[in-house]
Design a protein. Structure first.
Length: 379
């Protein structure tokens, strides 16, 4: 009777490739695992460092699993062989680590692929390489991902910006409005010392009141250098969500060494993103100077500079521009990332200089930005 293969050893075998066969006892891979091994080898077999170390075998020796020759075949295989989270990770490595551009420039691939944010970033980076037919198919990815992001962010952004927690009771029971202190005070009579527990018979919640935001401007200045792709995407969606608020005037300006005012397209984030051209240099000071010209009432304006702050222009000029805005009463935010991970990579020296002249410096999700803006407006 043949012993069943150990799933743990098989997983390690897939991680290590052929180099791990002998160390793990040379157990045979099943048919599905052979296919997984061949799919991993097709991608990671091109990694020269790992190949020198013998960690992953060359994709030309993919075992007895299905032959994988093209990107289309590979995408079909990984979709069948791996869970969704793993497929997205493999696609991200293919696009960002190994720069396999036909993932987003081959019509046959685009017709099969499941839209996600990694692919949207890749489309934005490579759309200048696409012919009109491919670009039409790539737009499907842009539309699908933007629709998903908008659905997730719209309610959060609008609620944060138009409503503030008031110190009055509410009949609407929302977890985010739970009044911990009042609930504890109101239920102290139900404290049981022997159990060291308070039993809540009645919970209390804050209400929300609308703020008057008719006179406020929100100006987003977005660095469109290649490393800021995620922030460009979320800035476009955030601006679209803010755009629908009554009385709020939202501007969206992208920049590299030049400045492009895309405010006219803010209500259509898909069209806006199709006009973005990632890459190039960076002149943040020029963008801030342009944004300053848009300000109507300095004390009713929020300027958010979204950049990694690797300034290609004159850093001293940038710092002076930001200081002037702060001194005239404008609220200036310098955000090193604006996306759902809020995981920044930035130049800390310049960021510190901007903080020293009064700018708020940090990294935020779109929801956190909306909440921060709402808090500032309500003061």
């Amino acid at each position: 009777m043949t012993a069943e293969p150990d799933p743990g050893l098989q997983r390690w075998r897939l991680v290590l490739g052929a180099a791990g066969e002998r160390a793990l006892g040379g157990g045979e891979l099943g048919a599905r695992e052979q296919g997984q091994d061949a799919a991993l080898a097709w991608l990671y077999g091109r990694d020269e460092e790992q190949r020198r170390r013998g960690v992953r075998r060359d994709s030309r020796h993919g075992g007895d699993g299905p032959s994988i020759l093209t990107t289309v075949d590979w995408l079909d295989q990984i979709t069948k062989l791996f869970p969704k989270e793993t497929v997205e990770r493999l696609e991200r490595d293919a696009v960002e680590r190994y720069e396999i551009q036909d993932v987003v420039t081959d019509p046959a691939v685009l017709a099969r692929i499941e839209p996600n944010e990694t692919l949207l970033r890749a489309v934005l980076r490579t759309k200048h390489l696409m012919n009109p037919e491919v670009l039409r198919q790539a737009r499907r990815i842009v539309e699908a991902v933007v629709r998903q992001l908008t659905q997730r962010l719209a309610t959060e952004v609008r609620r944060a910006f138009t409503g503030a927690r008031a110190r009055t009771p509410s009949r609407f029971r929302l977890a985010r409005d739970f009044d911990v202190r009042r609930t504890l005070r109101g239920n102290l009579g139900h404290y049981r010392p022997e159990e060291r527990k308070v039993y809540v018979e009645r919970a209390y919640f804050f209400s929300r009141t609308r703020r008057h935001v008719e006179r406020w401007q929100v100006i987003l200045l977005v660095d469109q250098s290649g490393s800021m792709a995620g922030s460009v995407i979320h800035s476009a969606v955030t601006a679209a969500c803010l755009w629908g608020l009554p009385g709020v005037r939202t501007h969206l300006v992208t920049f590299d060494t030049a400045v492009a005012d895309l405010t006219a397209d803010v209500d259509d984030p898909v069209e806006l993103l199709m006009k973005v051209q990632l890459g190039g240099g960076t002149d943040i000071g020029r963008a801030v100077a342009y944004g300053a010209q848009l300000i109507e009432q300095p004390r009713r304006t929020i300027v958010a500079i979204i950049s990694d702050f690797y300034e290609g222009g004159d850093p001293t000029y940038l710092v002076r521009q930001v200081r002037d805005l702060v001194e005239q009463g404008t609220k200036v935010l310098c955000l090193a990332a604006l996306d759902e991970q809020a995981d920044p990579a930035y130049e800390p020296g310049l960021a510190q200089r901007l903080a020293d002249v009064g700018a708020g410096v940090g990294a935020m999700t779109p929801g956190e930005l909306a909440a921060f803006v709402a808090e500032q407006v309500g003061r």
